[in-house]
Design a protein around this ligand. Structure first.
Ligand SMILES: [Zn+2]
Length: 424
């Protein structure tokens, strides 16, 4: 299949005009800039598929219900627990499918589902929901030992390892890691609050043995740091370092409140920022530029689904940091786009995705350049980062398959699915 992109972003500060993408099966086989039009035409700017590296799909049901309230992260968490307590597999599957379909409409082609709402059939429900929506997924099955609701908890890190091993075996259709599959399994430790130092080491060892990505919430709130210092005499990042977790398969989610030595340690790892959630929950502004300077690779996530728009997440990294630093231009637009694409794919264990190049996964997203937000631009790369929004997404391909055409999901009536699933 041949797609001719009016413009495509191949990694630089400016887009390339007239780029021919040749696709066979789920892979891009050739990328030719400056090609004459042929095949299916994609007007606008084509990007590698956007990667949502941190999602809790069920929290889509909180949108508009918790955002007007007062209080802190900790009072919001009680409302989130109330919702989590009501979910079963039968209700979760359509809710997750609708949330994933909303992500596709926003140009997101892979999601990292940080999954701790455990229970009979819940993991299968999430994987089936992703397959039905047509999104690529890494199910980051989360070890959660202390606090939270009982349903979140495994009895021990060993019990988590055993439970998730059977998830791999269930990995026949549609969610194994063979060629052409669109689902992979990964590991998560909820946080150093929920997983103590010994258990953290077990989780890190198991993830390494299985070559799984490993994610954890890290220093989202100052109280989490205070508690870690009090109980263990170390910051959350230091505890993860002691557990042997910090390498390029590890992603620290949030990483908002860090010491300079935490920043240096995370330079060996990845960081997923979720700015729209972090501002909604009054978490703070993470030191994104310092982390990049230390060597960390960035990814982005919609997390609590207050907003599902990776363009908004990308520009928020820069714009929030401008407010905090009093300086502009802390991140180049192409670096922010890289975080929204390749950075997320790498973080989720799909290093062959998030790039428009021969051999890469055929996951890509085209945005209109004739929308009211983008009409008249002379460089679509900064325009996309600083002005595009989810409704500009026209065309989305996942694994060589068209999932969104002319701004609509090819199979699902997404607003209707959301309207039905959320009240249930
Ligand atoms: Zn989270």
């Amino acid at each position: 299949v041949r797609y001719w992109c009016e413009q495509a972003w191949l990694g630089g500060p400016e887009p390339e005009p007239g780029v021919l993408l040749e696709v066979e099966g789920d892979r891009i086989t050739a990328v030719t800039p400056g090609a004459p039009p042929e095949g299916e035409r994609l007007p606008g700017l084509t990007l590698p598929g956007l990667a949502n590296a941190h999602s809790h799909a069920f929290q889509r049901a909180l949108r508009g219900r918790t955002h007007a309230g007062t209080g802190t992260f900790w009072t919001w968490r009680e409302q989130m627990y109330e919702l989590a307590a009501t979910l079963d597999a039968e209700r979760y599957r359509p809710l997750a499918r609708a949330a994933f379909a909303e992500m596709l409409l926003a140009g997101i082609t892979v999601v990292g589902e940080f999954h701790y709402v455990h229970g009979e059939g819940m993991e299968e429900a999430v994987l089936a929901a992703a397959a039905e929506a047509g999104i690529r997924i890494t199910l980051l099955d989360t070890c959660y030992l202390h606090g939270g609701l009982e349903r979140f908890r495994d009895a021990s890190a060993e019990a988590w390892a055993e439970r998730t091993a059977t998830l791999m075996q269930k990995g026949s259709d549609p969610f194994c890691t063979r060629d052409g599959a669109t689902a992979r399994i990964g590991a998560a430790a909820h946080s150093v609050r929920a997983v103590g130092p010994e258990a953290l080491r077990v989780v890190a060892d198991v993830a390494r043995e299985r070559s799984w990505p490993l994610h954890a919430h890290v220093s989202e709130q100052p109280a989490e740091n205070d508690e870690a210092r009090e109980r263990h005499g170390a910051t959350p990042t230091e505890l993860l370092d002691r557990a042997g977790a910090l390498d390029d398969r590890f992603t620290a989610v949030h990483a908002t409140h860090l010491t300079p030595s935490d920043v240096a340690l995370l330079g060996h790892a990845r960081v997923c920022l979720c700015p729209t959630t972090e501002r909604d929950l009054a978490d703070g502004i993470g030191p994104a530029r310092a982390l990049r300077d230390a060597g960390a690779s960035l990814a982005l996530g919609s997390d609590s689904q207050a907003v599902i728009d990776l363009f908004e997440e990308a520009r928020a990294v820069e714009l929030d940091e401008r407010l905090a630093s009093g300086e502009r231009g802390r991140h180049a637009p192409e670096d922010l786009l890289s975080a929204a694409t390749a950075g997320g794919y790498d973080s989720l264990g799909w290093p062959e995705g998030g790039r428009l190049r021969a051999g890469a996964l055929a996951d890509f997203t085209t945005i209109a350049l004739d929308s009211v937000r983008l009409a008249g631009t002379d460089n679509a790369v900064p325009a996309a980062v600083f002005a595009a929004a989810a409704p500009d997404v026209r065309h989305v391909v996942v694994g060589g398959r068209v999932v969104v055409r002319d701004g609509a999901h090819v199979e699902l009536d997404v607003p209707r699915e959301l309207a039905e699933a959320i009240p249930r």
